[in-house]
Design a protein around this ligand. Sequence first.
Ligand code: 5AD
Ligand code: SF4
Length: 482
Amino acid sequence: MDWDTDFDRIDLQAPPPESEPQRQYYYITKCRRYAEEKSRELGRPLRFCTTTFGCQMNARDSEKLTGILKQIGYVPAGEEDADFVIYNTCTVRENANLKVYGRLGALNNRKKKNPHMLIALCGCMMQEPQVVEKIRTSYRFVDLIFGTHNIYKFAELLAKRLSQDTMVIDIWEKTDQIVENLPVERKYAFKSGVNIMFGCDNFCSYCIVPYVRGRERSREPEEIIREIERLVADGVVEVMLLGQNVNSYGKNLAHPISFAKLLQRIEKIDGLLRIRFMTSHPKDLSDELIEVMANSDKICRHLHLPLQSGSSRILKAMNRRYSKEQYLALVERLRAKIPDISLTTDIIVGFPGETEEDFEETLDVVKKAHYDSAFTFIYSKRTGTPAARMENQILPEVVKERFDRLLELVQHTSAQTAGRLEGQTLPVLVEEVNRQDPKLLTGRLSNNLLVHFPGDASLIGTIVPVCLSESKGFYYLGEKRE
Ligand code: 5AD
Ligand code: SF4
């Protein structure tokens, strides 16, 4: 548990406390009274459904929303049956926004039939003023809108909505506050994301994240360690440390500490077996970190190292602050020190001004870096970013043609790279019963690749040796060894 309070003993006759998280405990209790009354009326518990768009940060935020809702008394359900629907949105590419508007249209029809239904929107998209304006005027059936900085206030905002008839909107432009110790409900019993920092100061010229997630803020190492110790006591064996740029962790703390030093402290936690982290910015990946990784048997053999483009000219226009040569030299250093490391990446095709030659530089890096997988994106113009104002935007048909060529190369090269472990027996953390075939279990290698193998559900959450009998490109079929 990440909190220790007895909600039933909170006095709702008293005014709400000023300090956090006590103030939120008070509002959780207040919402509980509503949920109790409403579920008596309906003859069943209230149901909720949280839909998460976007990255691991959002997934972790959704676990926080779920933790609060469960304390209030809501039980999970599918969207069709939910009394409370929450969309935790992403705005990194235009597509993500369009999906939300599409689904909202369908929700409106359901709400007409179930007027007590509540709809909340939160996450990155809500940090854009034009989005909030559009929802306020054209999607008036939405009950609650909040952003990325005040997610901890969810219960307070819900209580406000329950006490008035109109939409509640609360968006903060920025914050330097980090509220700890609120309820969190993990999706998996044995693994968990852990935020180590929030926001981003890099301002890559295409990216909207620094505008919607705000300035970089690191959590105190003691808070992070305490959270992980509690998670481990609660059955967690693997943590994923989350930040937009974990390699610059700790630089702005009152007592600065490097990410590598934080990892060394986390490694000492007894009972914790695996440590992952994401995302690493190549410009900040230190030799100290490579050394710590190389000497660790808990830090997983995987690095997500976004390339974005292989052309030094485009990288400069993207404000990435590394060149093609520096990136490839870093890959070489990593492979020399950690030979079994798996590298994955993100690549954007069609950034303004990208020529055929620039694009070929990207293909060249893909050939040389030997990625286990690569997420490929078509450049999406985000209002407010410097790249959106650049001339020479690339024609969609040119981008599509390049995108297809890149995808083909990536699929070919990553299948070869990811298949290199065929025949070896390696430790696998069992995650779940296979979704297609219930006779199989699905587990994850240290290097993040998935393995499907016959086994019993009682193994979930344990690490077992599995022989990787057959590579299927981006996953393996295997057999458990004793
Ligand atoms: N267009 C396309 N892809 C983008 N990304 C970030 N912003 C954009 C954009 N405007 C990609 C980057 C980043 C990943 C999370 O999303 O590759 O690493
Ligand atoms: Fe966006 Fe660049 Fe920050 Fe990543 S490092 S979140 S791409 S601005």
